[in-house]
Design a binder for this molecule. Structure first.
Ligand code: AMP
Length: 214
């Protein structure tokens, strides 16, 4: 019987996910937050955790290097989700993906009149798709972090970023002007594995489903 690999990213999702996995009976033998191992054994020797970068989780699962993965809906939307099934909203790391701009610009801005925008974001694919569907042209500047800085130094007029409390936007005198999507962590499964290891994967999905509903 082959081993089941679950891909997880360090940080917020891992921290919130470990207690959920523990309730479903999946407990790593070492603490993934401090261990430097990238493949972690669990109490069940047929189950392993694989620690990867958040943006790489969908790729590991898509190519079957991991059977299951836990990933933010933002990362999943940006990846496109090819070869992946998304059976469960884990309800963790909730936030929203928003268009934001400087407060001063917002005072005289009307989103319904947008025709062409210069936007800085970590999510070029999502941003392009969102605005293309509305007939708005975009010049997208891809950044890897601190999007909030871009309008402050004239790199872009607007940003597309995740917002949780709104504190980061407020601190940089930016305001939310358009909602793109509600975000939370999702369980993803390799579509081929879902057929080939059907009973084991469905059992894990069902266990997690019960834990999430509690
Ligand atoms: P906040 O100041 O609470 O609105 O948080 C916004 C900052 O935290 C931004 O830099 C976001 O990119 C990041 N952020 C907020 N929520 C999440 C999340 N669920 N996952 C990853 N990054 C997030």
């Amino acid at each position: 019987m082959g081993c089941i690999h679950i891909a997880l990213a360090k940080g917020r999702i891992l921290r919130d996910m470990l207690p959920l996995l523990a309730t479903a009976g999946i407990v790593p033998r070492e603490d993934p937050a401090t261990s430097r191992k990238l493949v972690l054994d669990t109490g069940d020797e047929s189950m392993r955790l694989v620690v990867v970068r958040a943006a790489d989780v969908p790729t590991y699962v898509q190519f079957g290097a991991a059977d299951l993965g836990v990933v933010g809906k933002d990362v999943l939307m940006e990846h496109g989700g090819e070869g992946l099934a998304e059976p469960l909203d884990l309800g963790l790391a909730r936030c929203r993906m928003m268009v934001a701009e400087p407060r001063q610009l917002a005072q005289q801005d009307d989103p319904s009149s947008w025709r062409r925008l210069r936007i800085a974001t970590k999510y070029p694919n999502v941003t392009r798709r969102h605005f293309a569907a509305k007939g708005v042209q975009t010049e997208i500047i891809k950044l890897y972090g601190s999007m909030e800085l871009a309008p402050l130094v004239g790199l872009a007029d607007r940003i597309v970023d995740l917002v949780d409390t709104g504190g980061t936007l407020r601190a940089n005198d930016l305001v939310e002007v358009e909602h793109i999507a509600d975000i939370s962590a999702r369980l993803v499964v390799n579509c081929a594995a879902l057929h080939m290891k059907s009973s084991r994967l469905h059992a894990i999905i069902a266990q997690l489903e019960q834990v999430v509903e509690k």
